[in-house]
Design a protein around this ligand. Structure first.
Ligand code: IVH
Length: 666
């Protein structure tokens, strides 16, 4: 047996290393080791923790993936209330604020720190004996919700602080989702036909308030700390730097200034660059730097006098809703959109905006001809917030989804329990167009030479009736199409040809099976290994897989039940597209480079089967323990090899451990 204390030490060592590299990667943005090396450390820790559950602690880096769901959140009283901020909207108001506090401090040359006002939600993190023990939302300022489990999944929150950190520390900051993270999140949701988040703030709030922290763990949440309470430096600026040295992520753009003119410069600069900031910022926060001065100024009600939010102008505008148009999506959904009188919103001219669905339009009581409020957040499609009812003239019309598809004339139905109306036309050109667009898109088959014009032309000429037809096109045929140069025809055919090499998971995603996004496709490809096996899977088999729910399972089964789909898949297969998952080369097999020795009698399976399974995963097997041996698997009555292994410090596994390893890579 390996010494228990030795294992404990190794676990601590691994945790320290993982905490360190986590900080390099997620906070400092400068990793020192590769993802693969990080994974190795993580895997070793996971293995030791599985073998020794008594050594698992909640601050282990393995806990970033979430824990069992909660029934409800507990309420937490904040030890010190979480304040909010007063607002100013222009230079005059800013100056008034500055004058008032200059009066109270009896001078006006105090230092000021300017920061971005990040648009997320405020949380408090409590550390005791250097460990993250509790985290809460702001709530009403006096009490919030205990979201500790969820906060643990945020990689930029340190779970353990360095040795010289204060014994007790509270920090506060803004949990947010970056613009890029938000876009990816919503793209994925669109692919899986889940409702989209309206903006990054809603997405962050929704993600942090999940009862199942495994869901939170998959959301791209991040945090910036802007406040600390404990034994900390005498100024706000130094406090931030100190917190950074403890491993916290702080706002990267804060600036120390000493006059109100410089505050205005900071504001102007960032207002101009607002679009380029990696997260949504709705203004700047202006704070008195000296903590003594902050204390002297105190607060009024829930707002400190020593800080103020200087808000950016809203990215909302009002304009006229000229009409409501309809796009037919790839799955036949009828998506209404607003046709607007062009209006500038935060510097960008908008002519159309999302309206989601008929119920949403009705709930907001949006009518054609209304003056409406439109809003834009980051990279998101602009949306109509609602009507300005006071501007109504009586000439406005309510909107109804048509009974027949505006593109193909087929009947429109609303499947039970769904929010979207759908065209029932199996050959609806709008669906086919969107479907092919999805098939050739970057994350799918990535066929760069086939763009929107070409797709439209191919459909028009009826040269393509489903995605498999793409692979049977001839260059001469494509070159004949109007406005098609010879070179681009060759380019199109070349990139179609190249796409035959895309991995199986990509094809699975490209097929546009409802609810199957890129991640789900990866899961299926890994689990089933081939199109044939997936096509034969029953709903129950599919449901056994982690993360696969009934909607996806039903959708897969329904897809492969349709003769048309089977025909398309067969034609794709005949065209030479890969329908099997990658078989890893010997070097990237999961157990490559590891040597196993088995000794004693195994209880569950014949030794030669186990050895074969190990070799299949890339491991070498041997009958003698040497320095090269990585693991000795000890069965019943292990004999002398055990002593040899102990002497050489070779790790010893039980048959159970081994089976778990094999199971993991099956
Ligand atoms: S300081 C007493 N700094 O704005 C000071 N808040 O409207 C309390 N916020 O609840 C907050 N960025 O959620 C501070 N750099 C920043 C901030 C910030 C965003 C949020 C925070 C707060 C709200 C107040």
């Amino acid at each position: 047996m390996e010494d228990f204390r030795q294992i404990q030490k190794r676990i601590e060592q691994l945790r320290d290393q993982l905490h360190y590299h986590n900080n390099r990667y997620y906070v400092l943005d400068s990793p020192e080791i590769s993802d693969g090396e990080y994974d190795l450390l993580m895997r070793e820790l996971l293995r030791l923790e599985t073998q020794h559950p008594e050594l698992i602690t909640t601050d282990s880096p393995t806990h970033r993936v979430g824990a069992a769901p909660l029934e409800a959140f507990d309420t937490i009283d904040h030890e010190v209330p979480m304040l909010s901020l007063g607002n100013v909207f222009d230079h005059d108001e800013l100056q008034t604020w500055h004058k008032r506090i200059s009066g109270m401090l009896a001078h006006d040359d105090f230092e000021i720190v300017c920061e971005h006002k990040m648009d997320g939600l405020a949380v408090s993190l409590l550390y005791e004996s250097r460990r993250f023990i509790r985290g809460a939302t702001r709530g009403d300022g006096l009490r919030g919700e205990d979201v500790t489990q969820n906060l643990r999944t945020i990689r930029s929150i340190p779970l353990v602080l360095p040795k010289d950190a204060p014994d007790k520390l509270e920090v506060r900051g803004e949990v947010y989702i970056s613009k890029a993270g938000f876009k990816k999140l919503n793209d994925d949701r669109a692919n899986e036909e889940q409702p989209l988040f309206a903006n990054p703030r809603n997405a962050a709030a929704g993600s942090l308030r999940q009862l199942d922290s495994r869901v939170t763990a998959k959301r791209p949440l991040d945090i910036c700390i802007y406040f600390g309470r404990g034994n900390l430096p005498a100024t706000h600026g130094e406090t931030l730097q100190y917190l950074k040295s403890l491993g916290f992520k702080i706002n990267p753009h804060s600036s120390l200034v000493s006059s109100i003119g410089e505050v205005q410069d900071y504001y102007n600069r960032w207002l101009e660059q607002r679009e380029d900031i990696e997260y949504e910022a709705d203004g700047i926060v202006v704070k008195v730097n000296s903590i003594d001065a902050q204390n002297a100024l105190g607060s009024v009600g829930r707002e400190p006098r020593w800080a103020i939010a200087y808000k950016f102008p809203p990215t909302q505008a009002t304009t006229k809703l000229l009409d409501i148009g309809i796009n037919v999506g790839r799955t036949g959904s009828l998506n209404p959109y607003a046709m607007l009188e062009p209006v500038s919103v935060g510097g960008v001219v908008i002519k159309s905006a999302a309206l989601h669905n008929e119920d949403d339009i009705r709930r907001k009581d949006i009518r054609i001809g209304d003056t409406v409020i439109v809003q834009r957040a980051g990279d998101v499609i602009p949306e109509v917030v609602g009507p300005v009812v006071s501007k109504r003239t009586g000439a406005e019309r309510t909107f109804e989804i048509p009974d027949i598809c505006p593109v193909c004339g087929s009947e429109v139905i609303r499947p039970e329990g769904e929010a979207m109306d759908r065209c029932t036309g199996a050959a609806c050109p709008a669906q086919l167009y969107e479907h092919i667009k999805h098939f050739v898109s970057r994350g799918a088959m990535d066929i760069r030479g086939v763009g929107q014009y070409l797709i439209a032309a191919l459909l028009e000429q009826e040269m393509v009736k489903d995605v498999s037809d793409l692979y049977y096109l001839k260059e001469e045929q494509v070159a004949q199409l109007e406005r098609m140069a010879e070179k681009s025809a060759a380019n199109a055919i070349g990139s179609i040809e190249k796409s035959k090499q895309r991995p199986f998971a990509r094809l699975l995603f490209a097929l546009g099976i409802r609810h199957v996004g890129d991640e789900t496709a990866e899961i299926f490809a890994k689990r089933f290994g081939s199109m044939n096996k997936l096509a034969q899977a029953s709903e129950d088999e599919l449901l056994e897989i982690d993360f696969i729910g009934p909607k996806i399972a039903q959708s897969i089964v329904a897809f492969f039940r349709q003769q048309d789909n089977i025909r398309i898949v067969e034609r794709l297969r005949q065209a030479g597209i890969r329908m099997e998952a990658d078989v890893a080369g010997p070097d990237n097999l999961p157990l490559a480079g590891q040597e196993y020795v088995i000794t004693g009698k195994l209880e569950f399976s014949p030794r030669k089967d186990i050895e074969a399974a190990l070799r299949e995963l890339g491991a070498a097997t041997s009958s003698t323990v040497t320095r090269k041996t990585n693991y000795l698997v000890a069965g019943v009555d292990p004999g002398s090899k055990m002593a040899k292994a102990q002497q050489l410090g070779v790790e010893i596994l039980s048959e159970d451990d081994l089976l778990r390893t094999l199971e993991k890579y099956k």
